[in-house]
Design a protein around this ligand. Structure first.
Ligand code: 13P
Length: 250
């Protein structure tokens, strides 16, 4: 099964109109590496301005509400992000699971809403350091996956990102063997849940990915791309990750 590499950036609560200049270098790298899918999840305020910076660069959101519309002050709907030019959204990022207390059921509903609106989803899962130290990492991650996987999950619109919470923004990463083992466990769980379709679903690794470690992490078994935070904020840091993905055989 050949899966195209996907290198997605998550700008989190960073960036302003001036920062969009970085997208030009990123879009150029996307165009120069047609074997790699490149995406940026922008802050909601920048989606419209970021969309259309290059046909090879997909712009998305970092979250979406599960409801179509209504009395949800401060929230943003799938129709809204789509109209702004988003092609996808992240759902279930650990920062939202922690800060906004998002449950697996909410994350699942959000992913299903994205699909109804013709948008793609990057579904995040990952264990805390405490859970890893207690030997619960695989059980936690596969449990989150089972609880938050949308009905009708399909590889054409859904990717899964494994982001160990303790590796996010810390400069620490799991070993390549640990990443391969967890991605293998995620793939196996997906097979149990959705059958053969699981083999086409892209599994991204996220957590302190940089140009320096991208080759190793992207080369691990069952790793089909990366979800990148800090190193996605500038073209200088993000482009080397795109080019690393381009030279790793699918
Ligand atoms: P960092 O790459 O900054 O560790 O962030 C990873 C992440 O949370 C991406 O969603």
């Amino acid at each position: 099964m050949t899966r195209r590499k996907l290198i997605a950036g998550n700008w989190k609560m960073n960036g302003d109109l001036a920062a969009l200049a970085e997208l030009d270098g990123i879009a150029a790298a996307a165009a120069a590496n047609p074997g790699v899918d490149v995406a940026i999840a922008a802050p909601a305020t920048l989606i419209a301005a970021a969309a259309g910076r290059g046909p090879d660069l997909a712009i998305g959101a970092q979250d979406v509400h599960a409801a179509d519309k209504g009395a949800h002050t401060g929230c943003i709907s799938a129709a809204m992000i789509r109209e702004a030019g988003a092609r996808f959204s992240i759902v279930g990022h650990s920062e939202r699971r922690a800060d906004q207390h998002e449950s697996d059921a909410e994350v699942k509903a959000k992913a299903e809403t994205l699909h109804r609106y013709g948008l793609n989803a990057i579904l995040c899962v990952g264990e805390t350091l405490e859970q890893r130290d207690a030997g619960q990492a695989k059980a936690v991650v596969t449990g989150q996956l089972a609880g938050s996987l949308p009905d009708g999950a399909g590889a054409a619109w859904l990717s899964v990102a494994y982001e160990p919470v303790w590796a996010i923004g810390t400069g620490r990463t799991p070993t390549v063997a640990d990443v391969a083992a967890m991605h293998g466990a995620i793939r196996a769980k997906l097979r149990a849940l959705i059958g053969e379709e699981a083999d086409a679903v892209r599994l991204l690794y996220g957590g302190s990915v940089t140009g320096d470690n991208a080759m190793d992490l992207l080369g691990a078994g069952d790793v089909d791309g990366a979800l990148v935070g800090g190193a996605s904020l500038t073209a200088a840091k993000f482009v080397p990750i795109i080019t690393a993905a381009a030279i790793i055989p699918a």
